[in-house]
Design a protein around this ligand. Structure first.
Ligand code: HEC
Length: 142
């Protein structure tokens, strides 16, 4: 095969593989959102999910995080909030689950090994980061 063609084909394979990986990550983030978040924030992320009426605090519209923050999407703040590093400052009580703990329990199951915990932690960070990326794509234009 001509070398240029070979390089071109190889590059396409790498690019295509990468695009598929990104797609897969976005799909699983959307799936995580529907499974873990939609009960309260609704499947369109605008709040008012089926569980919302049972809560004291109103689940905010997650398509307007950026708007509420004055036009910038603070990925770190959103990530920290979901993981559970930040508590609610409005009421001092947080109704939203601490997803870091919840996902950790789910990921390590009965294992008590440090390796399992380390691997689980890495996986959880990626999962939450993918959810943050997903939320970012939902932000409305002001
Ligand atoms: C049990 C209901 C419930 C579930 C499930 C839930 N949330 Fe929430 N969420 C809330 C409530 C209520 C608030 C408002 C603060 C509080 O009282 O905890 C909130 C606040 C937030 C905020 C802060 C928004 C802002 O602008 O301040 C983000 C981001 C968020 N949720 C994302 C998520 C994501 C992502 C998931 C799924 C992984 C999720 N939530 C699952 C109830 C929920």
């Amino acid at each position: 095969m001509h070398l240029h063609l070979f390089v071109f084909v190889a590059a396409m394979v790498v690019l295509f593989g990468h695009a598929k990986q990104v797609d897969a990550q976005q799909n699983s983030a959307r799936q995580d959102f529907l499974n873990l978040c939609a009960d309260c924030h609704n499947s369109d992320a605008k709040g008012n999910g089926p569980l919302a009426k049972n809560l004291t605090n109103i689940p905010p519209d997650l398509t307007r995080i950026q708007e509420r923050a004055g036009g910038s999407f603070d990925e770190k703040a959103v990530y920290d909030w979901i993981l559970g590093l930040k508590m609610s400052n409005a009421h001092g009580s947080r109704e939203m689950p601490i997803w870091g703990d919840w996902l950790m329990d789910e990921a390590v199951e009965d294992s008590t090994s440090l390796d399992a915990a380390t691997a689980a932690e890495r996986e959880i960070k990626q999962r939450i980061m993918a959810i943050v990326d997903y939320l970012k794509t939902l932000q409305v234009e002001e």
